[in-house]
Design a protein around this ligand. Structure first.
Ligand code: SAM
Ligand code: SF4
Ligand code: F3S
Length: 477
């Protein structure tokens, strides 16, 4: 059984992808870096910041690990399995280091932050360990490593947002891009390691976000996903204009760049998403009708232990409110099966909550205790593994029924699809996403990626809508 349900478009499921820019920068200093990323979209976005920092230092990029002078692995600590994958990958790099003693290996990201210097003692091949707020120190640490010194910088910051660094888009399709709008998290959900690995929440200068989105649009990008662990608590004080920029206002600023630029965002904490956000979504056609609203559990008692600060009823009222203001809005969730002390009845409450919400997409996990978190310190991880896995499977089975119903509901409808590239199966087909985040595949005709295409859905599979273009006039370009 899989630990999580792999889904199509959400990047939390991305594990160990090696990326280089579409046009690999030439190595001015004669050296090439290879970067592999794990975990959530924010980690992938950070790898693009790291690529930019390294390019300024004269590094070129490579996707061929055998030709790299510097290997970086940007890691995730969210569940034990995520860390296991990284350790396994590091043992594979050991062989390369043996044949190339000058090779520098660096560990970045959340696992670096969690394990700090002990990483170097534990994994002898690792030369540098750099936490998410310390990427500006990479050039210095690499230089020291070239001189044979090992280096660690895991200082967390209350200010760092990398606002002034223009990310280098790695493995970009040239159409969609991530834009980080904030870092860290103040929420302290008891199961979660993120507040410890990413530090305090801080918002990025609104003007720099709008500038980055404008630049992307001018380069031909047609969709930006605004990223944060809790986007609805975005908060920036523009002292020049004497204005407080909330998340709703930020979305409006980005939406006004062009009606041809689509906006998505992730992740919304149910306690923070406001009517203002929902009304702005309703007002602007280019803000996509899709909300990732993780619930984690259907039981108020478990939610309390998780420190989620809302009850089952409160969450359900929020879902009702979304559907009232945005009737066609896609809603997805994250859920954890088998959290500490969860009873069979409480698990049934998770199933019945799912039944009520009928999610379009769900990311489902069983609980994995993370050292140092509030839950690890306070509660016993007392649900046996086989029970956790059985409960997870029950959630997965129910979700599959709902997702198929949700796909079937869209057959016969017409969606405006932003083409992202050739479909996996055929060069004669394009794939893209509808406003509600569902993947749509359709015949290419004369369309190219970056075009908006009206597609009538004719049939569907469990994960994909299939259709035909109904309007052969491009609405873009
Ligand atoms: N900030 C987002 C939120 O509040 O929903 C996402 C946080 S995390 C990157 C993504 C998901 O991983 C969480 O929503 C949760 O379902 C899951 N997760 C986090 N810690 C976990 C743990 N210890 N065991 C299992 N799943 C976990
Ligand atoms: Fe983790 Fe909760 Fe913060 Fe999400 S909101 S990153 S689950 S602490
Ligand atoms: Fe993301 Fe994993 Fe860190 S989910 S914030 S990379 S622990």
């Amino acid at each position: 059984m899989q630990e999580l349900l792999l889904a199509k478009t959400h990047d939390e499921t991305r594990q160990g992808e090696a990326f280089a820019p579409a046009q690999e920068p030439v190595a001015v200093n004669g050296k090439r870096f290879y970067i592999e990323s794990y975990g959530c979209a924010m980690n992938f976005a950070d790898s693009e910041v790291v690529a930019s920092i390294l390019q300024k230092e004269g590094f070129g990029a490579t996707t061929d690990v055998d030709t790299a002078d510097l290997i970086l692995i940007n890691t995730c600590s969210i569940r034990e399995k995520a860390e296991d994958r990284v350790r396994k990958r590091l043992t594979e790099f050991r062989q390369l280091k043996r044949s190339n003693p000058g090779l520098v290996v660096g560990v970045l990201g959340c696992m670096a932050e969690r394990l700090k210097a002990s990483f170097i003692e534990e994994e002898k091949l690792v030369d540098i360990v750099v936490g998410p707020d310390a990427y500006r120190s990479l050039p210095g640490l690499i230089e020291e490593a070239n001189g044979g010194q090992k280096g660690v910088n895991v200082l967390l910051s209350r200010e760092e947002t990398y606002a002034d660094i223009a990310p280098i888009r790695l493995n970009s399709n040239g159409v969609t891009a991530f834009v980080s709008i904030m870092r860290g998290c103040n929420n302290m959900c008891s199961f979660c390691v993120v507040p410890f690995t990413r530090g305090r929440e801080r918002s990025r200068d609104a003007a720099s976000i709008v500038q980055e989105c404008e630049a992307l649009f001018n380069e031909g990008y047609r969709e930006v996903t605004l990223l944060g662990q809790n986007v609805d608590s975005y908060h920036w004080i523009d002292e020049q204009k004497d204005e407080t920029v909330t998340f709703a206002r930020l979305m409006e600023l980005v939406a006004n760049i062009s009606p041809l630029l689509r906006i998505r965002f992730s992740t919304s904490h149910p306690k923070d998403i406001t009517d203002d956000v929902l009304h702005i979504m309703a007002k602007y056609e280019n803000i996509c009708n899709y909300i990732h609203l993780p619930v984690q559990s259907g039981s108020t008692r478990v939610l309390q232990m998780m420190n989620r600060t809302y009850s089952r009823e409160w969450y359900l009222a929020k879902v009702d409110r979304i559907r009232e203001i945005l009737p066609d809005c896609g809603i997805s969730t994250d859920m954890i099966a088998g959290f500490c002390t969860e009873t069979e009845e409480e698990h049934q409450e998770s199933l019945s909550l799912m039944e009520y919400c009928k999610y379009d997409l769900a990311y489902l996990y069983f609980y994995s205790e993370r050292p140092g978190t509030l839950a690890a310190r306070r509660f016993k991880d007392d649900v046996p593994l086989d029970v956790k896995k059985r409960r997870l499977q029950e959630l997965v089975d129910l979700y599959r029924d709902h997702s198929l119903i949700s796909m079937q509901k869209d057959v016969g409808k017409v969606f405006k699809v932003l083409a992202e590239g050739n479909s996996k199966k055929s060069e004669d087909e394009l794939y893209g996403r509808a406003d509600n985040n569902k993947v749509v595949v359709f015949p290419k005709h004369n369309f190219v990626k970056g075009d908006y295409v009206s597609v009538k859905i004719t049939h569907c599979t469990a994960g994909t809508l299939l259709g035909i273009p109904v309007d052969t006039n491009n609405t873009d370009n």
